[in-house]
Write a new protein. Structure first.
Length: 495
């Protein structure tokens, strides 16, 4: 297909960058002149030649690199350009062209050189953006922050049917087409759902402002799936076909390298990033390889099934990779961006309480092996970053959660949702019970927003940024609370 035949703007879904390395970064765009149609309004075969530019300034007066790249129909006309030969720890600006059409300008930033001294890092922690439960206002504020990167830890899309009013968004002047009003199953379904999400101007702004490091949770495929096992126990072959469609659409729509391209229903998403000598990020995938949830999922009493040491949340290969990374690490901070709550959470103050079988509480042997591996490797500054539950937590990772005075092994910061769960509240209904039952839980808040993370050689700081509501656009943002953990002395303390 010749570029000249594009008579409508193809850059309706914005631009993005991601997976920054010291000398390279992935640049992404998708051509979709009609994003709410299957195929984006482009032919089912062929490709489009896309021009690209990288510069040291946003006016492109100091060009760095340029060229052309194919956007093939087989990849839903997406571009995954791995630009190499860049300088470490530098800001760059980029844009794409097709014929007379030019994309918006994106800004990205490469990682520092291996082993380089790094004065500090600023990161955004984001998750859970259900389109029909609210506006992405938090992302508009995130776009204005000065960040080295955004860590997105799951639920970029949701698989549920979305009505013409877009649920809580309550569209009245531009109803959504009926193509979104059913659950996602096929490749076209998932591709269209990404198009819907990426049409949001606040999401586009956040992608254009910062490089993103992404991982998925469950809703990118189906709620609470576990490996090859669907929530409703669909036939495995049937579910693997659905998973293959979901994984392919995920890769197409994320700024990921060719190494992450899925092979059928399999995709290697766990990967590692080094930010000089300051931080190592081990990004996990706790969905694709996990054992099925114990006791039928939900909140249940732990027992022989959940505590079986053969059970795994990460799979054996990913666990070996993680522990080997611990042993090789020389970073001040070892950070694990991942999906589900790592620390124990009791939901009553009784000695024996139900726990979430979908979180690490349902896989205590997996958690114990990770913590033992960190201890054996001498990892002193462990930070786990989490999404999934649509609330903010700041928690101490205890050697023995039954003994509040036991050694603190690290800290966990759980970030709330962008929109999932509607407006939320500062103190959810179970706030008193949860904070009393879990003395290692130092903060619990149920508003929407994101977390700002700042790391230097002395401490990690988490600023929990929340908005007043998401049912109408334009809500202001404020800092609900701030906490630090000191290097060499882990534990959540008020900043």
């Amino acid at each position: 297909m010749a570029p000249q035949s594009l008579t409508e703007n193809p850059f309706t879904l914005g631009v993005a960058s991601g997976d920054p390395l010291p000398g390279s970064v992935v640049l992404w765009t998708r051509l979709a002149p009609r994003p709410y149609e299957a195929g984006g309004g482009l032919p089912p075969t062929g490709s489009v030649s896309v021009g690209w530019e990288v510069a040291a300034d946003d006016a492109f007066g100091s060009p760095v690199q340029s060229g052309t790249v194919a956007a093939p129909a087989a990849d839903n006309y997406t571009v995954h350009l791995d630009v190499r030969g860049l300088e470490p720890a530098h800001d760059y600006y980029y844009r794409f062209r097709v014929d007379r059409w030019t994309s918006r300008t994106g800004r990205t930033r490469t990682a520092p050189a291996a082993g380089a001294a790094v004065e500090g890092l600023r990161l955004g922690l984001v998750s859970c953006q259900q389109y029909d439960e609210g506006y992405y206002t938090a992302l508009a504020h995130l776009a204005e922050e000065d960040l080295d990167a955004v860590l997105f830890v799951g639920d970029y899309i949701y698989e549920n049917a979305i009505n013409a009013k877009a649920g809580a968004r309550n569209y009245t002047d531009h109803p959504l087409p009926a193509v979104f009003n059913h659950w996602t199953v096929t490749l076209d379904d998932y591709r269209l759902r990404y198009a819907l999400g990426k049409s949001d101007p606040d999401l586009q702004a956040a992608h254009a402002a910062h490089p993103w490091i992404v991982t998925w949770d469950d809703h990118e495929v189906e709620n609470n799936y576990a490996g090859d096992i669907s929530q409703h126990n669909d036939p495995v072959a049937q579910f693997r076909r659905r998973r293959a469609a979901a994984y392919r659409a995920y890769w197409e729509n994320m700024p990921l390298r060719e190494a992450q391209r899925p092979k059928g229903p399999d995709m290697i998403l766990y990967r590692r990033f080094q930010y000089g000598s300051l931080a190592q990020f081990d990004v996990l995938d706790t969905r694709q390889y996990r054992s099925d949830q114990a006791y039928g999922n939900g909140w249940n009493y732990p027992g022989p099934e959940s505590e079986n040491p053969a059970r795994t949340l990460t799979g054996a290969a990913q666990e070996r990779w993680l522990l080997a990374g611990f042993r090789a690490s020389t970073a001040v901070w070892n950070v694990i961006p991942q999906q589900v709550v790592f620390c124990r959470r009791k939901n009553t103050t009784a000695a024996r309480s139900r726990l979430s079988m979908d979180a690490w509480d349902g896989y205590p042997a997996s958690r114990a092996r990770v913590l033992a591996g960190a201890a054996q490797a001498g990892i002193g500054n462990l930070v786990v970053l989490t999404g999934d539950v649509h609330v903010n937590y700041a928690m101490d990772i205890k050697k023995d959660f039954n003994k509040p005075g036991s050694r603190t092994l690290g800290v966990e910061f759980v970030g709330t949702s962008v929109s999932s769960g509607f407006d939320g509240t500062d103190k959810p209904a179970d706030w008193s019970t949860m904070t009393a039952a879990n003395p290692h839980m130092k903060f619990y808040n149920g508003r929407r927003g994101y977390v700002l993370l700042s790391l230097d050689e002395e401490r990690v700081r988490a600023d929990f940024r929340t908005v007043t509501g998401v049912r109408t656009p334009g809500a202001p943002v404020s800092t609900a609370a701030s906490f630090i953990s000191e290097a060499g002395d882990p534990g959540v303390r008020p900043a």
